[in-house]
Design a protein around this ligand. Structure first.
Ligand SMILES: CC(C)(COP(=O)(O)OP(=O)(O)OC[C@H]1O[C@@H](n2cnc3c(N)ncnc32)[C@H](O)[C@@H]1OP(=O)(O)O)[C@@H](O)C(=O)NCCC(=O)NCCS
Length: 180
């Protein structure tokens, strides 16, 4: 279940409420912060990754080191997430309310994000809350993604714009024009 080091040893920061399917590999269980999330069969989690409660990662995904996956993020099968990718779940975050009191869970709502199967997110990308990244889409390194990304589109830049189409898209996707 957990590769490299063993889960359950001192210093392990995988909370007991994490749902790990068979075959999940967490290279350094003592160097991640996982709580209340689910991770599907065969997925691999790199070092210094944080995955929050109510985030879900499906099967055979690769989550590279230093990535932050927050509450409200759903990642489908076979998705690649590069190093230092930042997801977000609040468009207008505040530390305090108008009366100066610290905000808590009741003072804001999670905005969900969906990453569809086979998508690939380049290192250091930021995914602004509330978007859908389409099947097989490729996100360039360092992109700030602010809008939905069509299936098999390649996007890059700040804000991210479509710069091409994935060359490994299935033939039927290319001929149908999906992903433009
Ligand atoms: C976005 C990406 C998929 C594009 O690859 P590509 O389709 O082969 O595109 P090209 O290299 O031909 O570049 C096309 C244009 O986009 C620009 N471009 C490429 N990647 C870019 C990026 N990340 N941000 C901004 N512009 C980018 C190129 O400079 C080029 O511009 P030009 O036409 O003005 O010269 C790739 O560059 C990328 O960023 N991949 C992610 C890499 C990564 O993070 N891997 C993580 C694991 S190590």
């Amino acid at each position: 279940m957990v590769g490299g080091n063993q889960a359950g040893k001192e210093g392990n920061v995988i909370a007991s409420n994490v749902k790990l399917d068979d075959g999940v590999v967490i290279h350094h269980p003592d160097l991640v912060n996982l709580y209340g999330c689910s991770i599907g069969r065969g997925s691999r989690i790199g070092t210094f990754v944080e995955i929050q409660k109510n985030a879900s990662i499906a099967e055979n995904c690769k989550i590279s080191s230093h990535t932050f996956i927050c509450e409200g993020v759903t990642i489908e099968d076979g998705v690649f997430v590069g190093h230092g990718v930042m997801f977000t779940n609040d468009l207008h975050p505040r530390a305090v309310n108008l009366d100066g009191t610290l905000q808590s869970d009741v003072d804001w709502s999670v905005i969900p994000t969906l990453v569809k199967r086979y998508a690939s997110i380049g290192s250091n990308a930021t995914i602004v809350a509330g978007i859908t990244i389409g099947e097989g889409a490729q996100i360039g390194a360092g992109a700030v993604v602010t809008k939905d990304v069509p299936a098999y589109a390649i996007v890059a830049g700040v804000p991210a714009k479509i710069i091409g189409r994935a060359k490994d898209a299935p033939v039927e996707v290319i001929s149908s024009g999906r992903g433009r």
